[in-house]
Design a protein around this ligand. Structure first.
Ligand code: GYE
Length: 334
C-alpha cells in the first residue's frame, strides 16, 4: 500500500513538472513572435495557398508540384482546395490573413471580383503572389507578381497550326470549341488567341462554342450536343486535354474516328493527352506547364525578404505534333 502511494505521488510530481516545462516551452515559442499584428519571425516561411480545385490532370500535377516544392524549400504550406468556387477561395484567403501567414499565393478561378479581398491582404501587410491564372484588377499594387503562362499565345499557336493544316481547303472548315470554365483567364484568353489566328483564313469558322468547365465529363457532354446539332464537324478545339479526352468518347460513340474524321487540337500536354496525341486520336497540343512549384517557392522567399521581383514571370512552353509526342512521352513528368 505504502509503496503504491509513494509511486502515485511521484507520478503526480512528474506530471506537474512536465506541464511546467510544456508551458515554459510554449511561452518561449511565444517570445519569438514579433507581436503587433505582424507575421511570425521564426525564420520559417508560412504560405497560404488557395487552389482552384482538382478539375483536370493539369491541376493535379500543379498541386503535386506546389506541395513537393514547398517541402523541398522548407516552406510550411497551408493548402485549400476551393472546388472551383470563388467564394471558397475568398474564404480561404481571409483565413490565411487571420492566421497571419507570411505569403498568400493563389490561382484565381475567375478573373474578376478580387479587389476587396486583395485589399484586405494588402492592409494586413501580407504579400500576395498570383500563380497560374491572373486577375483583372486595375490596381496592380494589390499583388506582387504573376507567375504563369501566356494563354493568348497558347490559343494562337493552336490556331496557327490549324491555319497551316487547312491552307489548301477550298470550302468551309467547321470548328467546334470546348471552352474552359466561364470567366477563367485561360478560357477567355485561349478563345481570343485562337480566334485571332484563324481569322487569317475565312474558310475557318467556329460554328459552336460552349464551356465544358475544363473537365472530362463536361467535354463529353457538350461534345455529344455539338455532334447532335451539327452534321458536319471538321475540327474540335478544346481548351484543355481533359475536355478533349471526354470528347473522344462522344465522337467514337457517334461512329466517327477521332483524329481522322475530326481533327482535334487541345492545350496542356499532360500525360493522357500526350498519349492520345501519340496514338493519333489528337492531332496537335499546345503545351501549358503545371510545374510552377519551385519558381513559386523561390518568389515567396524573395517577397518575404522584401526583395523586388518582376511583375510578370512567363512560363516557357512548346507545342507537340503526334510524332513529337511519341518522342517526348517516355520522359514526360506529368
Ligand atoms: O489548362 C486546365 C486547368 O489554369 C492553366 O486549368 C490552367 C488550366 C489548365 O483546369 O487543364
Amino acid at each position: 500500500m505504502g509503496k503504491m502511494r509513494t509511486q502515485s505521488v511521484r507520478w503526480r510530481a512528474a506530471a506537474v513538472l512536465a506541464s511546467v516545462l510544456l508551458v515554459g516551452g510554449v511561452a518561449a515559442c511565444g517570445n519569438s513572435d514579433t507581436g503587433g499584428g505582424g507575421t511570425k519571425d521564426d525564420g520559417k516561411i508560412t504560405m497560404g495557398f488557395s487552389q482552384v480545385g482538382a478539375e483536370s490532370g493539369w491541376r493535379t500535377a500543379n498541386t503535386i508540384s506546389i506541395k513537393e516544392a514547398a517541402t523541398a524549400a522548407g516552406i510550411e504550406l497551408k493548402f485549400d482546395d476551393a472546388q472551383q468556387k470563388q467564394e471558397n477561395q475568398i474564404k480561404a484567403i481571409r483565413n490565411y490573413i487571420q492566421q497571419k501567414v507570411d505569403v498568400i499565393a493563389f490561382s484565381p478561378v475567375v478573373e474578376s471580383g478580387w479587389d476587396t479581398v486583395l485589399k484586405e491582404a494588402k492592409d494586413a501587410g501580407i504579400p500576395v503572389i498570383l500563380t497560374d491564372r491572373s486577375v483583372d484588377s486595375a490596381d496592380k499594387s494589390l499583388y506582387k507578381t504573376f507567375l504563369g503562362s501566356d494563354f493568348v499565345k497558347e490559343g494562337k499557336l493552336a490556331g496557327e497550326w490549324l491555319v497551316e493544316q487547312k491552307k489548301t481547303a477550298s470550302g468551309p472548315v467547321n470548328i467546334v470549341e470546348l471552352q474552359g470554365s466561364t470567366g477563367a483567364a485561360p478560357a477567355n484568353d485561349r478563345k481570343k488567341g485562337f480566334a485571332e489566328a484563324i481569322a487569317a483564313n475565312p474558310n475557318l469558322k467556329v460554328i459552336a462554342s460552349q464551356t465544358g468547365d475544363f473537365t472530362r465529363a463536361g467535354g463529353k457532354q457538350v461534345m455529344e450536343q455539338f455532334l447532335k446539332a451539327n452534321p458536319k464537324i471538321d475540327v474540335l478545339f478544346a481548351h484543355n486535354d481533359d475536355m478533349g479526352l471526354g470528347a473522344l468518347e462522344a465522337i467514337t460513340a457517334a461512329g466517327k474516328v477521332p483524329g481522322k474524321d475530326i481533327t482535334i487540337i487541345t492545350i496542356d500536354a499532360v500525360k493522357d493527352g500526350m498519349q492520345a496525341l501519340a496514338d493519333g486520336k489528337f492531332n496537335f497540343i499546345a503545351e501549358c506547364s503545371p510545374l510552377l512549384g519551385p519558381q513559386l517557392m523561390d518568389l515567396a522567399k524573395k517577397v518575404k525578404d522584401g526583395q523586388e521581383v518582376p511583375a510578370r514571370i512567363e512560363t516557357q512552353e512548346t507545342t507537340f505534333t503526334s510524332e513529337q509526342a511519341k518522342e517526348a512521352l517516355p520522359n514526360r513528368k506529368y
